[in-house]
Design a protein around this ligand. Structure first.
Ligand code: ASP
Ligand code: MG
Length: 461
């Protein structure tokens, strides 16, 4: 029988009561699982801060670590009853915290943060939570063991901070290591390079760990537990009356995550599509029942009459504009620019061109490095390079968007009737997503306009 991979995020691991809920859900499955855990709530941010401070402030290491250790010890003492399990959990934590401390001391000594050290330090949140969750489950009588990415050889392409899994190097070892009858508790967020270096999957990367493992073992499903509903028609913080979405296709979920829906790491569905492994998203605050997913992502999408299933936004988009009278038909410009960005490790999110302007859409952190890279090329056809960062991208997503007449027109009409100027519009690049860019302060209004148009909500009109 194939296994289920179950993932719990940091927001499921905030208070002792949350942790009890997680333990109870794992027991309700009543079968061997692969459980992927994130760091306890807030720990990854804390590690990032410690790492940063350690460069120039030695005292910060001691103080911050002491707080961390005290919290974990408390948890072990109050929640674990069995003395042997308690002792070995404490020993394991001590070993890991010592190792963490040594890396931080190293950073302090050299006064900078080499990328490989950054990845190791940040992975300690998951190393601590996996050790503690394993001990807690053992204490509750669950037959389980911790299995780390090192143990199962979850091999990556070696890119620090933003790695991807090398499936041809990982599938067999992962499958073999996870084939037993014990439940495996896996620290998420990282894999190891061929040389054995820890490489992170980017923030929120435990979803991707879980998806990658699900693919390697050809899991029955990937169950992601959250403390909020799964996908909704819009961000409920922005729009008054949103609705839950119970079915999404892989492509719809991937586009929504790409354009900012914070429910999933953007690459989660990638490893699952070919094998058609469904993703089930649960809200632990509403139910602990393992057969009541809130959103199911699979091949069996249902199509809505007016197509759009959700509208989402992201503030992590900015534009590098290369202007010159002939940039659109001079051969080689785009090739030179993209090659240079590739060399510098800059990810291009999208490119939209015209005769006089090449617009390169990037993540915010890449804007200045990209500007430098292009300026350094000294391209004669490019007369001006402009950066724009006070923007948001807004996307509407639904299967059939390109096939059904008039959907994009309705979307853009609704936005422009509110007097909002769209800086750039793109339809047709994806089968299921249309998007446009607005000034940041028009973002909320634009999202509301589209939601009102397709979900007919008078409150937002
Ligand atoms: N702990 C990591 C983060 O906060 C990974 C994860 O939660 O998925 O980004
Ligand atoms: Mg997370």
């Amino acid at each position: 029988m194939s296994k289920i991979v179950v993932k719990f995020g940091g927001s499921n691991l905030r208070t002792q009561q949350d942790i009890e809920h997680v333990l109870s859900v794992i027991r309700k499955y009543n079968r061997p699982l692969v459980v992927v855990v994130s760091a306890f709530y807030g720990i990854t941010n804390m590690l990032e801060e410690m790492l940063f401070k350690a460069q120039h402030d030695h005292s910060a290491i001691g103080e911050n670590l002491d707080v961390l250790i005290a919290k974990k010890r408390d948890m072990i003492f109050t929640l674990i009853k069995n003395k042997d399990i308690q002792n070995s959990a404490r020993e394991l934590l001590d070993i890991r915290i010592k190792a963490l401390k040594r890396y931080l001391q190293g950073v302090n000594y050299i006064g900078e943060i080499p990328p490989f050290v950054s990845d190791i330090v940040m992975s300690f949140g998951e190393r601590l939570s996996a050790a503690i969750m394993t001990a807690l489950l053992q204490d509750r009588g669950v037959d389980c063991e911790e299995v780390t990415p090192e143990d199962m050889q979850l091999i990556t392409d070696g890119e620090f901070g933003n790695a991807e899994v090398d499936f041809s190097a990982s599938s067999e070892t992962v499958r073999n290591r996870l084939s037993g009858e014990k439940t495996a508790i896996v620290p998420g967020f990282y894999g190891v390079s061929k040389e054995g270096k820890v490489t992170l999957f980017g923030r929120g990367g435990s979803d991707y760990t879980a998806a990658s493992i699900a693919s390697c073992i050809n899991a029955e499903s990937l169950d992601i537990w959250k403390d909020v509903d799964g996908f909704r028609t819009a961000d409920p913080k922005l729009v008054a009356e949103t609705h839950g979405i119970h079915q999404l296709t892989y492509t719809e979920a991937a586009e929504l995550a790409y354009f900012g829906a914070k429910i999933l790491h953007p690459r989660t569905v990638e490893p699952l599509m070919a094998q058609r492994i469904p993703v089930m998203i649960f809200n632990i605050a509403k139910t602990e029942l393992t057969d009541r997913p809130y959103t199911i992502i699979s091949d069996n999408g249902t199509r809505k009459d007016d197509i759009i299933k959700s509208v989402t936004y992201s503030d992590d988009f900015c534009i590098l504009k290369l202007e010159g009278p002939g940039v659109g038909n001079k051969p080689g410009i785009l090739a030179k620019v993209t090659r240079e960005m590739d060399h510098k490790g800059i990810n291009i999110k999208s490119v939209i061109t015209s005769q006089t302007s090449i617009n390169i859409l990037l993540g915010l952190k890449d804007l200045q490095p990209a500007f430098q890279a292009v300026a350094g090329l000294k391209l004669t056809a490019v007369k001006t390079i402009i950066t724009e960062d006070d923007l948001s991208v807004i996307a509407a997503v639904g299967e059939g968007l390109l096939e059904k007449h008039g959907i994009a027109v309705r979307m853009f009409g609704a936005v422009s009737r509110r007097g909002i100027n769209m800086e750039i519009i793109s339809v047709g690049a994806s089968q299921v997503a249309a998007y446009f860019i607005v000034r940041r302060n028009d973002r909320d209004e634009a999202v509301k306009a589209i939601h009102a148009e397709f979900f007919n909500n008078p409150k937002d009109k």
